[in-house]
Design a protein around this ligand. Structure first.
Ligand code: APR
Length: 321
């Protein structure tokens, strides 16, 4: 069996970590593409020279030419500018839409059978645009947001309860913006509801709710919290790890259930929009969307988030994309 091939479009902060993780996990051979001359060549050479130390056997290649992504099974896109302090993800819209259009054309031409994971922001709009320009079927075009948002939520719960994050299940649905929807009702520690543990910890229902509300709020603003600290860019380790979890599930046909930005077709009462929902990820990409009943409050928050995605997509269309 020949090795799988991953093309990483964008060799910046996230692209570099994606290349390193792909190599360290021996998931696939790596082609790192960027428009900046020598940058992807330099990064892949640097990572490859650690192969003896890390003990991995994959090929890494940097390139400025789309033809080198030919034959890729999976493409992960981070091309575009990251947020600067004070900038919302939506401010990035025009600049990154122009970039995404050229990337979609390149991927369509040279890796027409690939499965594509998009990370570039504003995420929901960039995934929509890629789908439109490439014409790829919906199961092969998705976005990474929910794995990271859920991991952030789980981290905050773990720190609050003083227990291992490995035993925490937390899920964040909706768009990848400030309206995202952390699902409190189903967040649990090996099945035990987090709310119940908080109520016991504080022996006070109101206090427990206050603590949970603060964690939900921190989750929604978590990307901005990192931007504010880094000053020159946005989070890159955790988005890369999150996309690699998705990539691994696809390449190894693990069928993990991961919150994924996928095209809805009636699920959760929505059609024709890319929104974060629980998805079974396997060798066919988005294999199934796990639809489940939201309560009235969750559905209202979800609808609000979908409306934010809709207006972002409308803005993008008004700008001519
Ligand atoms: N084709 C390919 N790569 C491009 C193009 C293009 N048309 N335009 C820009 N790039 C490259 C840049 O040269 C840069 O190396 O995309 C890379 C982006 O890297 P960074 O600026 O380091 O950004 P990063 O932190 O990796 O984030 C990338 O992911 O989370 C989102 O908001 C974030 O949209 C941003 C994206």
């Amino acid at each position: 069996m020949s090795r799988k091939k991953i093309a990483l479009i964008g060799g910046g902060q996230i692209g570099g970590v994606l290349a390193q993780l792909t190599a360290q996990k021996e998931l696939a051979d790596v082609v790192l593409f960027d428009i900046v001359e020598d940058l992807p060549q330099g990064k892949t050479l640097d990572i490859a020279e650690a192969s003896r130390v890390d003990g991995f056997d994959v090929q890494l290649r940097g390139t400025n030419e789309y033809k080198d992504i030919e034959g890729s099974d999976l493409v992960i896109i981070t091309a575009g500018l990251p947020r600067k302090p004070g900038m919302s993800r939506d401010d990035l819209l025009t600049t990154n839409a122009k970039i995404m259009k050229t990337v979609a054309e390149g991927v369509k031409e040279f890796a027409p059978n690939s499965i594509v994971i998009i990370i570039s922001n504003p995420l929901d709009a960039m995934v929509t645009l890629f789908k439109k320009v490439s014409g790829f079927p919906a199961n092969r075009v998705m976005g990474q947001a929910g794995v990271l948002d859920s991991s952030r939520f789980a981290s905050f719960i773990a720190w609050e309860l003083g227990i291992s994050v490995k035993d925490i299940n937390a899920m964040v649905l909706g768009g990848h913006g400030d309206t995202m929807v952390p699902i409190v009702r189903y967040s649990n520690v090996n099945g035990v509801p987090v709310m119940e543990l908080l109520e016991r910890k504080y022996n006070d229902k109101a206090k427990a709710k206050e603590i949970m509300d603060a964690m939900v709020q921190r989750t929604k603003m978590a990307g901005g919290e990192v931007v504010k600290l880094l000053k020159t860019g946005s989070a890159f380790y955790s988005p890369a790890s999150s996309a690699i979890a998705m990539a691994e599930s696809i390449l190894k046909d693990q069928k993990r259930v991961l919150p994924t930005c996928a095209l809805l077709n009636g699920e959760f009462g929505v059609s024709g929009y890319y929104v974060g929902v629980p998805v079974v990820l396997g060798s066919n990409g988005v294999e199934k969307i796990l639809d489940f009943e939201l309560d009235a409050e969750e559905q209202a928050a979800f609808d609000n988030s979908v409306n934010a995605v809709k207006s972002l997509v409308e803005d993008m269309e008004r700008l001519g994309f």
